[in-house]
Design a protein around this ligand. Structure first.
Ligand SMILES: *[C@@H]1O[C@H](CO)[C@@H](O)[C@H](O)[C@H]1NC(C)=O
Ligand SMILES: *[C@@H]1O[C@H](CO)[C@@H](O)[C@H](O)[C@H]1NC(C)=O
Ligand SMILES: *[C@@H]1O[C@H](CO)[C@@H](O)[C@H](O)[C@H]1NC(C)=O
Ligand SMILES: *[C@@H]1O[C@H](CO)[C@@H](O)[C@H](O)[C@H]1NC(C)=O
Ligand SMILES: *[C@@H]1O[C@H](CO)[C@@H](O)[C@H](O)[C@H]1NC(C)=O
Length: 443
């Protein structure tokens, strides 16, 4: 008895030692390691944002899995972003950038992407300064792969991901990619086509609330302007492109599916179908754009000699979903909007014709809410862009709403719905035609 149990202990120890040995010794085989220097010719046009790009290919890995390709791209000469491209040269539409590694910290010419035997993927400037890395040194990584769904994966000997680009979305989700409570929970827009750094718009997953669109005001506060409410708590929300259920094979959907747990096991707690389409949506992405709109696109693979293209399948602000006039900056910093058109610029003297220079009145300095004298002019029959999702403000009288705005230096105006619901606006933007609501603009 004593003998057999110590024998057992001994072999268990040995086994443990073996595991330890394997775990610390697992490394990337020499032929998979690389150092790619960012220099040389640019690839063929045409890529999104009019970007120049260099395809990343090493002696043993080409980082191309149709239609995805790992690249460096630049919209400003000499400022490069490590990214995943979707689409191929010769497509009818520009190739899209669906994942960025370092969009807030571009690298220069001759920067180096390296994958060492310790399993860390590192992006460094020519002088060696590290700009971005996966932090996966000595964690059992044995290889790197770009999967057919566009996920860049560093995997271990068992093929399990240790790091994956799907866990680090920027402004885009590919099919199967998710926002999570215990991970990255939001998409953030780029500033513009040329400036890829963080912009003011975001799509945020909020476990106990929903999936909402936000815009940042001048004070850094996030203002909700649209979105979906969850019926129950959700820990993760996945972007889906798949055949529609209860339909025949010609119907496909784009959808957000929310799950209570991190592991996306059925049943889902919420499904928000964005659009039902008559083409295969397996290769799709959804993105929060630099204009604040949320759009989804599907790659339609060409046939009969025709080249492939990205087709817009869904736009949140559009003719078939939410009104274009509910986009915060549809009319720039200020303007009256109806059916997607900017009709007028509201001024203290009344409505004048609109152009891009239409702006809210410039206010005199205000400290601790104590502006000397506060004046308002009204614009009847308009709604603030937050109106559909605004919380609170119910049961407030005109006087209460006004004195709240009077006392708040950040308040640029307030909106009253039928004299009992008050919205305080720290950003005005687009005013949408609506009944029973009046805007009072500070000047
Ligand atoms: C499939 O659905 C389409 C559109 O709803 C319809 O026109 C078509 O007849 C259906 N086909 C079959 C085989 O049910
Ligand atoms: C998933 O969530 C439900 C309800 O919150 C919980 O009871 C269950 O244990 C969770 N399952 C896993 C695998 O986490
Ligand atoms: C949709 O396309 C994907 C890959 O492009 C393919 O694997 C899948 O079978 C297609 N689905 C349908 C329903 O045709
Ligand atoms: C824009 O509109 C304002 C007021 O209507 C006007 O004063 C200004 O000249 C216009 N600017 C341009 C560039 O048209
Ligand atoms: C808006 O302003 C006009 C002119 O100042 C005034 O006659 C009208 O009563 C105001 N309307 C509201 C709803 O406050």
């Amino acid at each position: 008895m004593a003998l057999s149990s110590s024998c057992f202990l001994f072999s268990a120890l040995l086994l443990g030692y073996c595991f330890l040995f394997v775990a610390t010794q697992a490394q990337v085989p020499a032929q998979q390691t690389f150092k790619f220097i960012n220099r040389g010719e640019f690839g063929q046009p045409t890529a999104e944002y009019n970007a120049n790009y260099r395809v990343i290919q090493t002696k043993n890995i080409n980082f191309f899995t149709y239609p995805f390709q790992l690249c460096f791209y630049s919209t400003i000469p000499g400022a490069y972003i490590l990214a995943i491209r979707a689409g191929i040269p010769g497509d009818q539409t520009p190739m899209r950038w669906v994942w960025d590694a370092n969009r807030n910290h571009p690298v220069g010419e001759n920067s180096v992407l390296s994958f060492a035997s310790n399993g860390n993927l590192v992006l460094a400037e020519a002088n060696g300064r590290i700009v971005w890395q996966t932090n996966t040194a000595n964690r059992g990584v044995t290889g790197i792969k770009l999967l057919p769904n566009g996920n860049l994966v560093l995997h271990n000997a068992k093929g399990r991901p240790i790091w994956q680009s799907f866990d680090y979305p920027t402004d885009t989700l590919l099919v199967g990619q998710s926002l999570r409570t215990n991970g990255i929970n939001k998409l953030i827009s780029r500033k513009s086509d040329t400036d890829g750094s963080d912009g003011p718009y975001s799509l945020v997953h909020q476990e106990n609330e929903g999936l909402y669109l936000y815009v940042k005001d001048n004070y850094g506060q996030l203002i909700r302007y649209s979105g979906w409410g969850y019926a129950e708590r959700a820990a993760t929300v996945v972007f889906d492109g798949k055949a529609a259920e209860n339909h025949n094979s010609t119907a496909h959907v784009l959808a957000f599916t929310a799950y209570r747990n991190q592991t996306t096991l059925p049943p889902p707690s919420d499904i928000f179908t964005l659009r039902t389409l008559n083409y295969n949506t397996t290769l799709s992405f959804v993105r929060i754009g630099s204009d604040g709109n949320l759009k989804a696109y599907t790659y339609q693979v060409g046939s009969n000699g025709r080249s492939s293209k990205w087709e817009e399948g869904f736009a949140y602000f559009s003719t078939y979903w939410a009104s274009l006039c509910s986009l915060p900056t549809r009319c720039g910093s200020f303007g009256l909007c109806e059916r997607g058109v900017c009709l007028a610029c509201p001024t203290p003297k009344g409505l004048v014709s609109w152009n891009q220079s239409c702006a809210p009145p410039k206010l005199s300095p205000c400290q601790n809410g104590a502006a000397k004298k506060v004046n308002y002019y009204n614009v009847t029959g308009v709604q603030h862009f937050t109106d559909n999702v605004a919380n609170g403000g119910e049961g407030m009288s005109f006087e209460e709403c006004k004195s709240k705005c009077d006392a708040d230096c950040k308040c640029l105006g307030f909106f009253m719905f039928e004299d009992f619901r008050c919205i305080i606006a720290t950003v005005l933007g687009t005013l949408r035609k609506a009944e029973k609501t009046t805007a009072y603009i500070k000047y």
